[in-house]
Design a binder for this molecule. Sequence first.
Ligand SMILES: Cc1cc2nc3c(=O)[nH]c(=O)nc-3n(C[C@H](O)[C@H](O)[C@H](O)COP(=O)(O)OP(=O)(O)OC[C@H]3O[C@@H](n4cnc5c(N)ncnc54)[C@H](O)[C@@H]3O)c2cc1C
Length: 478
Amino acid sequence: MKDYVVIGSGIIGSLITRELSKYPVSVLVIDKENDIASHQTIANSAIIHAGHDPKPGSLKARLCVEGNRLYDTLEKELDISLLRTGAYVVAHTPEEETMLQALFDRALINGVLGAYFLSGDEARKVEPRLTDTITKVLSLPSTKVTFPWEVAINAISNSIKNGAEFKRNAQVVSIDVKSDHFVLHLKNGSSIETKHVINASGVNSDLIAKMIEEKPEFEIKPRKGEYFVLDRKAVGLFNHVIYPLPTKAGKGVLIVPQTHGNILLGPTSYDVMNREDESTTREGMKYIKEQLKSLSNQIPYDMIIRNFAGVRATSTYEDFYIQESKVHPGFYHVAGIDSPGLTAAPAIAKYVVEEVIKINLPKKPNFNPIHKNIPLFHTLTESEKQTEIKKHPKHGHLVCKCEKVTEQDILNAIHSPTGNDTIKGIKKRARAGAGLCQGGYCESEVLKIIGRETNKKPTEVNYYAEHTPILVKETKTK
Ligand SMILES: Cc1cc2nc3c(=O)[nH]c(=O)nc-3n(C[C@H](O)[C@H](O)[C@H](O)COP(=O)(O)OP(=O)(O)OC[C@H]3O[C@@H](n4cnc5c(N)ncnc54)[C@H](O)[C@@H]3O)c2cc1C
């Protein structure tokens, strides 16, 4: 019997798991997918928002501003990537300038520090590719950008070091409520008993809630967001996150520099029926280009290397829904976590454990908050490379030429405690296949390495989930 089971290993479930691992309780985080961070957490803008946009007094406002600050601590403790870009919100007309002033006032009420105005010309001196129709800019220096799935993976690695467990391919299909515990039934026929459950299952959080409650107080209305990705050679073309003015539909189509030098363009925002429809559309791509004209006329669309989409867990409840079940105490919903959920995640984790669960235990004296990444070879200095290559000669074999990923980097990604044995899992961790050729060159090599390391035939190596092989059968025999 576990003390706590967390359903979902996105950014929310992973940081809650880490928060719980500070206490003397048993914690298991489970996910239906084969890897950590497979849905919203891998398909978003990666912005750590300042907190200028959420409605004052809401949980979204409070936890966004707190979360933004907590990322500085996570950077030190979990060795995560953080790019301190700052952000510009732009206005073109006197009416828009009035809206910009209202946004500034909202930022002040929400506790955002350091916001100030620039004229269009002042902003163009810093970001010369902004359109010349921009008349005024709200600068939000506390805005940052992170590498979202690295945060989730590192949080779970650190939780494991502190005694927590992670189980993949564990889809909850039904739940029995007993007098003093819950039984989670999984798709593979097994079951898990636990005293408490945290429902951090993203777009499925209402479906999980319906497994124990007849009428949950929230329903998920999935909203898709599509993007273009520019090659990392675009680094420096824009150095700030550039926002238009927000509307009811969200923060609009943005320009977002990424931690590895790429630039994201997007997202769209429209309702979809299918919660996991992460496909892109011709209309979406057209819409992004159309909307970006108001931000810049100098976007190098010839540098696009791919597009992708994510689906937001937007809910009928206006705010984040973070509450203990009113029907079955001990079951906690962390639901409707759409934007700014990535930003708020570290604050949500603390809020859940300290203010919703109200855990009444002393923290473990031996909790170790530190996680250290094994650095990728290309990030080392020349002398570090010389030392490292003597210890690990497989760094001498360059597998992904675009992102300069070595065979040893891939071995590290496969064999770490939260490693993965799929093509996408290796791309997430070592970035093999994340560059200009999108794996065209290295994917077959990565597949061979995974097969060799995990004793699988090439036809058994999966692309991302169970039963997703790239190679279906042998076409040539010796
Ligand atoms: C297009 C887009 C742009 C965004 N941009 C930003 C941004 O720039 N800044 C920001 O702060 N926020 C942003 N967000 C919001 C942010 O990404 C989310 O709030 C955050 O990732 C939510 O994390 P999560 O862990 O709740 O959900 P997820 O990452 O979706 O994780 C939920 C997990 O639950 C698992 N699961 C589901 N059902 C089951 C089941 N039955 N059994 C077991 N496991 C299950 C899933 O496999 C999944 O791994 C954006 C979101 C989107 C979609």
